[in-house]
Design a protein around this ligand. Structure first.
Ligand code: AMP
Length: 284
């Protein structure tokens, strides 16, 4: 495995590989790797000649009062994990190399970016779309891998790729969970022992909602209130949002119809840690 930090060098390496007819799979991450990231790497490994893992804690997707500075980082551990998963290249650039002095071009994916996470984290998806566009320009993927864990991000990226005719196939990978159901996340490292136990409510409330829908419930209010009430039993939990949305547009729905797919998405703060999760409902 080779570590590359300079964008031009990364571009040179992947262009050479492409000229030799090799396919490139790219897994963009912010590092502090866990088994969710590993699932993406394995899928990329299975489908491509060359796998590039990018590790970049992207300042433009963090709000002014968010956790950019204290976001967990451990590049040595990440390298060991990537090596074990047979990743070919780690691209680990500096902030200055990605956003040089005077940088002023951004990608705004209108519509889907403005809802849910977009409402609670203004500018977040602009930062995400911009950095993913840059990472694609630098790593030239045939395929790029994203987790369903960040379902709205996935849709923002799919829309950007479609709207801008980008020649890359976006692949999604199901959410990897801890044994009790908590979605794996680098931010889980912030949780105290008690908070970690409480955090499972994000998953159990979504799972119970899915069961309720399977048994015939169709009212958005009943389902959302069920989730809210379950979460509110946890003293340390504060809900940002719970919504049932169309998984393409992320627009909220009022009443569930048969034969359609929905996503129930939520964001909850457990103590000081903000966690997100979602579940897809295939109402068929
Ligand atoms: P992050 O490092 O948190 O920005 O995540 C990098 C990529 O890994 C994104 O595409 C995430 O959606 C994906 N990812 C994060 N957590 C999980 C998980 N628990 N299961 C599957 N994919 C995940």
């Amino acid at each position: 495995m080779v570590e590359i930090v300079k964008p031009v060098q990364m571009q040179r390496v992947v262009s050479d590989a492409k000229r030799r007819g090799k396919s490139i799979g790219v897994v963009p991450t912010m590092g502090y790797l866990h088994d969710g990231h590993v699932a993406l790497m394995r899928e990329a490994r299975r489908e491509n000649d060359i796998v590039v893992l990018t590790i970049f804690v992207n300042p433009t997707q963090f709000g002014p009062n968010e956790d950019f500075e204290k976001y967990p980082r451990d590049i040595d551990r990440d390298k060991a994990i990537a090596e074990k998963e047979n990743v070919d290249f780690i691209f680990n650039p500096s902030v200055d190399d990605i956003y040089p002095e005077g940088f002023s071009t951004y990608i705004d994916v209108e519509g889907v970016s403005e809802l849910l996470e977009g409402e609670w984290r203004p500018g977040h998806f602009r930062g995400v779309a911009t950095v993913v566009m840059k990472l694609f320009q630098i790593t030239l993927p045939d395929r790029a891998y994203f987790g369903q864990k960040d379902a709205q991000q996935l849709m923002v990226i799919r829309k950007m790729v479609r709207d801008l005719h980008m020649p890359v196939s976006i692949k999604d990978v199901p959410t990897v969970r801890e044994p009790d159901g908590l979605a794996m996340s680098s931010r889980n490292a912030y949780l105290s022992t008690d908070e970690r136990k409480d955090a499972v409510i994000l998953f159990t409330s979504l799972r119970d909602a899915r069961d309720q829908i399977a048994q015939g419930e169709r009212s958005r209010d009943v389902i959302v209130n069920g989730i809210r009430n379950a979460i509110n039993t946890i003293r340390n939990a504060r809900i940002d949002y719970v919504e049932i949305v169309d998984p393409e547009t992320f627009k909220s729905v009022e009443k569930l119809e048969d034969d359609r797919e929905y996503c129930i998405a939520l964001a909850v703060r457990i103590g000081k840690t903000r966690l997100i999760d979602n579940i897809f409902i295939n109402n068929k």
